[in-house]
Design a protein around this ligand. Structure first.
Ligand code: SAM
Ligand code: SF4
Length: 327
């Protein structure tokens, strides 16, 4: 079992499988991104070894993210191998949906249990502006294919930005309801220097989002034990759950059960801090030494900080981009 100094058990890992992406979302990347040289990125075999070591240490839930996980070549072989790991209860993916139409069936067959799909606008031109390269039609076909494939608890993730898509809060909700799936609104986080807007101008708190929804809909709180930074509500009259992910305005840290592994194999103990341990050097300097990898992971738990310090004036600015961090 992985336990930290504050008595928190870590049983959830978010594994970034690539820093690359076919989109350039304005809140996630700058327009001209430099991606890592390939030899700095964990190979599929190394990613599998990391996942295997974590499951041996009691991790029950792994989310594959990035970058865009579905653009990594041969990602399905990794998904299949991780999906077959003993002890793993849930294998999740967060995707921008651009490759979902072609891949949904294979992902299900490979053992993926749940998928989150990012969608910030239902207007094709605006969707293109927000993602810089994305095609809304392709993403909607991907979402609808995932629904038809029978994934349970599918969820749309929407980052809401003032003046850019805050007029679509209820339209996005209606879209989720029409497909019988869930939706979560995400507050923009201050990760990486972006070029497109000043984050102070576009920030919308989830309190504001909820107030807008409650003008016309009834929301009932749902109690969920491992919701992390999310608060969930049920929308009256249907099955759709509405989540509010507020890492900035809410402090969820006391019940945090998760860690991240960046695409370079850096085990990151907290989204909002730089405390980390280099797993790549263990994998490359001690090939085959699974025991050392597991020991390193166990020891790393001592570094997990008590809480994040987003927006504290005196805290250093986080320079990692979200695509490096693993969203
Ligand atoms: N490419 C995939 C996608 O877009 O779903 C997975 C990786 S992406 C980094 C994961 C999630 O992080 C997406 O839902 C995205 O909207 C969100 N995200 C990216 N940058 C963010 C930021 N600065 N603040 C809040 N959420 C962000
Ligand atoms: Fe790519 Fe996802 Fe970042 Fe958008 S949010 S640029 S889709 S990694």
């Amino acid at each position: 079992m992985l336990t930290d100094k504050f008595g928190r058990t870590v049983d959830y890992v978010r594994l970034s499988v690539t820093d690359r992406c076919d989109f350039r979302c304005v809140y996630c990347m700058s327009e001209k991104m430099t991606f890592l040289p390939r030899n700095e990125v964990l190979s599929l075999e190394e990613l599998f070894l990391v996942a295997q070591a974590f499951t041996r240490l009691g991790v029950k839930k792994i989310r594959l993210t990035g970058g865009e996980p579905l653009v990594r070549r041969d990602v399905l072989s990794l998904v299949r191998n991780i999906g077959a790991l003993p002890g793993l209860e849930e294998l999740l993916i967060t995707t921008n949906g651009s490759h979902l139409e072609q891949m949904a069936d294979d992902l299900k067959a490979a053992g993926v249990t749940r998928i989150n799909i990012s969608l910030d606008s239902l207007k094709p031109d605006r969707f293109r502006q927000l993602t810089r390269t994305g095609d809304l039609d392709q993403v909607m076909k991907g979402i609808e294919k995932a629904v038809a494939t029978g994934f349970r608890a599918l969820r749309i993730n929407s980052v809401i930005l003032r003046g850019r898509n805050d007029d679509e809060i209820t339209d996005l909700l209606d879209y989720a309801v029409s497909l019988g799936i869930n939706i979560a609104y995400i507050e923009e986080m201050p990760l990486g220097e972006i070029s497109d807007h000043d984050r102070q101008d576009t920030s919308v708190s989830n309190e504001d989002v909820r107030t807008i929804i409650e003008k016309s809909r009834e929301l009932t709180p749902v109690v969920m034990k491992t919701a992390g930074p999310s608060r969930y509500y049920r929308l009256h009259g249907c099955d759709t759950k509405v989540g509010f992910i507020s890492p900035v305005s809410h402090n969820f840290c006391e019940s945090c059960n998760r860690v991240r592994v960046t695409v370079e194999g850096r085990l990151l103990l907290c989204l909002g801090n730089e405390h980390s341990v280099d797993l790549r050097s263990i994998l490359r300097e001690h090939p085959g030494d699974q025991a050392l990898l597991m020991q390193t992971m166990e020891k790393a738990m001592d570094l997990k900080p008590e809480r994040h310090y987003f927006y504290d004036k005196d805290a250093p600015q986080i320079v990692r981009f979200m695509n490096m961090t693993g969203g």
